[in-house]
Design a binder for this molecule. Structure first.
Ligand SMILES: [Zn+2]
Length: 161
């Protein structure tokens, strides 16, 4: 039974293929065990790897998913980095399929440690601010984050933690 195409990675979806393929079942297991935000971001990222006229093979998708997940223990930070990488590469257009995790690693290295807290507390940072934060050394970023958190708390914008 074909379910059509996945709206995120544009792979063809077939329940038979999924249940018959060990890697597909394992990938679904990995994805469903993740936080919803992270699994969505990861699926979007995997779509960057899909060859132009084929579906991404399940075993390859599983390996890539594991590699990406191994890059950080911080689910919120990784989800943010995956989303930013996917947005940035799609915005460039024509750059897919990507061939390495290099771009993701660079975004991740520059991402603030407390990405989850930032995402919750600042739903819509200006793009320019976000770029500044990504480029800044993490020690400085941590200091700025703490300062901002203190200021927000002082203004009563953040509840008890
Ligand atoms: Zn998909």
């Amino acid at each position: 039974m074909m379910l059509g195409r996945c709206p995120v990675c544009h792979s063809h979806l077939s329940l038979e293929a999924i249940v018959q393929d060990d890697a597909a079942r394992e990938l679904l297991g990995v994805l469903s065990a993740l936080d919803a935000t992270l699994s969505r971001a990861l699926v979007g990222y995997l779509g960057l790897w899909r060859p132009a006229k084929q579906d991404l093979r399940w075993d390859r998708a599983l390996r890539l998913a594991r590699e990406a997940l191994a890059l950080s223990d911080d689910a919120a930070r990784l989800a943010l980095a995956l989303s930013e990488t996917t947005e940035a590469i799609r915005a460039k257009g024509g750059a897919t399929p990507i061939k390495s995790h290099g771009y993701l690693k660079r975004v991740l290295e520059g991402a603030p440690q407390a990405a989850g807290a930032v995402m919750v507390a600042q739903p819509a940072p200006h793009a320019s601010q976000r770029v500044d934060r990504i480029k800044a050394p993490s020690a400085t970023v941590d200091g700025v984050m703490r300062l901002e958190a203190l200021k927000r708390r002082a203004r009563g914008e953040v509840g008890h933690e």
